[in-house]
Design a protein around this ligand. Structure first.
Ligand SMILES: Nc1ncnc2c1ncn2[C@@H]1O[C@H](COP(=O)(O)OP(=O)(O)O)[C@@H](O)[C@H]1O
Ligand SMILES: [Mg+2]
Length: 317
């Protein structure tokens, strides 16, 4: 980016030339290959047949594997080699005669950055990972890299979340003072653009108040589903009300119609009366009430056709 600036003769303040480094980029430099590679490596011997290799690849659902002689890495054999052997009618050939011996390896203590560059440079789908003594210690694919990065992002995010949570004490105060707090959100019927707003406002409020992240997550899911039902299934919308009490959070979703003719049926997984046009918007899988049940310690659904519906969700602290 700094180069572009210079080319345009646009020399701004020095700090504008610093590229913003995202969390992902930071991780790419920090994470080591050994943290994301597969450690259980399937190998074959040079004396195995290509027929045997075919079974190994099929059973393990892999597209290539290292070849070892007495524990030493001497080659790599892939599905392409197998196809070539098949085309040549040479399925009983030795792996040792068909493998690639010019192998690109990577060191376990190198960073993801180096792995990404190596993948880009050579275009291989997989790289054998060796330690500094040259022993094979793992295999690395591009999806191992992606999975490893995602996992680490999640771990870091969790730590940050817990850190933020410890910074606020209003929840503790509610408990020690035996007091309560009520938050109310109006939800409009068929307003899909704003569907989810009440739940995310409630979520943000709880975070700021210092609710535990796992509690926030359960409430967020339950209130999102409750809100969605008000949007999708009601005539006039309704209200989502959260009562924060010393021992529990109670979420109530109320509306004034049309009501549910058969509550038992509505609670069955996959049951939905959502019309096609709503399903096309990605709603109406019939799992909302079940998801709420999974998040809640208690759930009560009361409904009278023509009058309205009241859903009460209790989550203990
Ligand atoms: N507030 C409500 N008013 C009327 N019907 C409702 C309400 N909430 C749920 N229902 C009924 O219960 C059914 C199941 O709800 P749910 O499990 O959330 O699945 P979905 O919303 O995907 O249809 C809905 O299809 C609908 O018939
Ligand atoms: Mg629903």
């Amino acid at each position: 980016m700094a180069v572009t600036n210079r080319q345009q003769g646009n020399i701004g303040p020095a700090r504008e030339q610093h590229r913003e480094v995202t969390k992902l980029q930071e991780l790419v430099y920090e994470l080591k290959i050994e943290q994301v590679m597969k450690k259980e490596v399937i190998t074959v011997s040079p004396d195995d047949s290509m027929r045997h290799l075919k079974e190994v690849l099929r059973l393990n659902r892999i597209s290539g594997t290292p070849v070892l002689r007495d524990g030493e890495l001497i080659g790599i054999i892939s599905i392409e080699d197998l196809i070539k052997a098949l085309e040549a009618g040479d399925i009983d050939a030795r792996v040792g005669d068909r493998m690639t011996t010019n192998i690109q390896t990577i060191f376990a203590d190198e960073t993801i950055m180096q792995a990404v560059n190596t993948f880009a440079r050579f275009g291989y789908g997989r790289l054998p990972v060796v330690n500094r003594q040259g022993e094979l210690v793992g295999m690395l694919t591009q999806s191992d890299v992606a999975r490893g990065l995602l996992r680490q992002l999640e771990i870091d995010y969790h730590e940050e979340e817990i850190h933020r949570y410890r910074a606020s004490h209003i929840f503790e105060d509610i408990e020690s003072d035996q007091t309560g707090l009520i938050l109310r959100y109006r939800v409009e019927a068929k307003d899909f653009q704003r569907c989810g707003e009440a739940a995310s406002k409630l979520k943000r409020a709880l975070e700021r108040l210092g609710a535990h992240p796992s509690l926030v997550r359960r409430i967020a899911v339950a209130s999102y589903e409750a809100e969605t039902n008000l949007v999708i299934h009601t005539d006039k919308g309704g209200e989502v009300i959260a009562e924060i009490q010393p021992r529990c959070i109670r979420i109530i979703a109320v509306d004034r119609g049309p009501g549910i003719p058969d509550v038992e049926k509505a609670l069955q997984p996959g049951y939905s009366t959502a019309p096609d046009w709503i399903r096309e918007l990605g709603f109406g899988a019939g799992m909302g009430l079940n998801n709420i049940q999974a998040c809640a310690d208690k759930m009560q659904l009361d409904s009278k056709p023509g009058i309205g519906t009241r859903l009460e969700i209790v989550i203990d602290m």
